[in-house]
Design a protein around this ligand. Structure first.
Ligand code: NAD
Length: 479
């Protein structure tokens, strides 16, 4: 495939979108940069506490009317939202590449997932609104009715700004909620402005969806602590998720958190090493390792460790790093200096100081970081104990399967892999892994699909007595 031709991208502005209207900025403009070139292509302003409050209040007023619309009406609007995004395909692919520093494939994945999520939610909302429960009393019909939660505050990170917002936005709106979204500072355009423009053009009623761009500690915190939210839905780091969950606990606020993990990739002694190496590289280095499901710890049995490492290093050395908009590359830039310093200075260097060996990589040219393989990594080193969130593959050698399992379960994980020629051995291993998701002989996550009714509604029980019923007094019932 030939490199993409960069077009003269228009300058974007990410503004607060409240009550169905884009607002004039209240603060100073902050630049949004093309992550490969460092050149500004957009700008945003921090939303004030007054704007966050107004967005929540407008959402509160609009939500009951929205919830009262028919499921078909909401479904049609979600489809129109999806069409608005699909109609801007080429522009949005370029925007996502610039704003996130991902490759064309990553941008296509992100936009595709966002559109699919809207279409899935558009279908699901017409399929299920609760359940009819078995009668527990003669003549009584029992309904468990799914009722919208109300107003949802939504806070998302920068790595998949559009699709991670959509993961909650689409089902949230579909099931009759209003949503106030705060995108990440590094990606307020694909993660906020574009969604507001698409929803407005699709014809969503005013107030039902608001966007309040801004930083985490002020705008994000103001939103997450707003007293009139029914749910705060947060995707991001463990540390911030912890703060938000603490606040939610103190205020009896419902909270949904999707946090990071220190995921494991296990290679047992009978694994097909070519397959294992190809999956390991994919899983560790896709989008520069900046995904919550990236394989961060590669735990390999001793008898195959050298061959696995050689296969991995050979692949990694063929990979190219550069500007994904203008060059055909495997890896784009790291999202920011801060992230680079966090994993390179904070995790890779101290691990090398403690004895880890650089098999390949370990250097960078500005934000362009060579994909890196570290060997002789022990379970005490920071690259093992912390989520890396960068293009680094630490390899740790173990002598037994039991040791591998113990190391996998030592840290919080989201997605894990185990490679073995014996599927039943893989299954037995997977059953003992504590993480939510385990792949035997693969490392490819499943996205969306299942109904999300329970995450975005609560159940109201209604009992209807359809036959006459009377309750004698206690004294009468004695005769
Ligand atoms: P982050 O926690 O720093 O920021 C996430 C969001 O929270 C941003 O919008 C930020 O502005 C906001 N925020 C920051 N401080 C806040 C505060 N005090 N109050 C309210 N909001 C605040 O995370 P990040 O660096 O943007 O993203 C990387 C992390 O996200 C990694 O740990 C990664 O594993 C995780 N992640 C998880 C998933 C998942 O589905 N589980 C998906 C993607 C990323």
């Amino acid at each position: 495939m030939s490199p993409r031709q960069a077009t003269a991208l228009r300058d974007y502005e990410a503004r607060a979108y409240i009550g169905g209207a884009f607002e004039e900025p209240t603060g100073t403009w902050i630049p949004v940069l093309d992550k490969s070139t460092g050149i500004q292509f957009g700008r945003y302003t921090d939303s004030s506490a007054e704007q966050v409050d107004r967005a929540v209040r407008a959402a509160r007023i609009a939500q009951p009317h929205w919830a009262a619309t028919s499921a078909m009406e909401r479904s049609e609007l979600l489809r129109a939202f999806a069409s608005q995004l699909a109609n801007r395909h080429d522009e949005l692919i370029e925007l996502i590449i610039r704003e996130t520093g991902g490759t064309t494939e990553k941008a296509e994945e992100e936009l595709g997932q966002s559109i699919n999520q809207l279409l899935n939610s558009a279908t699901q909302v017409t399929e299920n609104a609760g359940a009819i429960l078995p009668p527990y009393k003669e003549g009584k019909i029992s309904l468990s009715r799914a009722v919208p939660l109300g107003v949802i505050g939504l806070i998302v990170p920068w790595n998949y700004p559009m699709s991670l917002a959509m993961r909650a936005l689409a089902p949230g709106l579909a099931y009759g909620n209003a949503v106030v979204l705060k995108p990440a500072e590094l990606t307020p355009i694909a993660g906020g402005q574009i969604l507001a423009e698409a929803a407005q053009a699709a014809g969503f009623p005013a107030g039902i969806f608001a966007v309040v761009p801004g930083d985490g500690p002020t705008t994000g915190r103001t939103l997450s602590e707003h007293p009139d939210l029914d749910l705060i839905h947060f995707t991001g780091s463990f540390e911030v998720g912890h703060q938000i969950a603490n606040f939610a606990a103190k205020s009896f606020r419902a909270v949904a958190t999707e946090l990071g993990g220190d995921n494991a990739f296990v290679v047992l002694d009978d694994a097909d090493l070519d397959q294992a190496a190809s999956a390991a590289v994919w899983s560790a280095l896709w989008y520069q390792g900046q995904t919550c499901i990236s394989a961060g710890r590669h735990i390999v049995m001793r008898s195959v460790a050298d061959a696995f490492t050689d296969a991995v290093v050979a692949r990694v050395e063929r990979m190219t790093v550069g500007n994904p908009l203008t060059d055909r590359v495997d890896l784009g830039p790291i999202i920011s200096e801060t992230q680079l310093d966090r994993f390179h200075g904070g995790l890779v260097r101290p691990s090398i100081d403690a004895g880890a060996k650089v098999a390949t990589g370990g250097t960078h040219d500005g934000l362009f970081y060579r994909p890196t393989v570290l060997t002789a990594v022990t379970p005490e080193m920071p690259v093992f104990t912390e989520e890396i969130f960068g293009p680094v593959m630490p390899i740790t050698v173990v002598d037994t399967e039991a040791e591998a399992l113990e190391l996998v379960n030592r840290h919080r994980t989201l997605m894990n892999s185990v490679f073995t020629a014996d599927s039943m051995r893989g299954l037995a291993f997977a059953e003992k892994v504590k993480g939510n998701e385990v792949h035997v002989n693969d490392a490819y996550a499943r996205h969306g699909g299942e109904g999300q009714l329970d995450g975005f509604t609560h159940r109201q029980w209604i009992g209807i007595q359809t036959t006459p019923t009377s309750y004698p007094t206690w004294a009468e019932s004695q005769h």
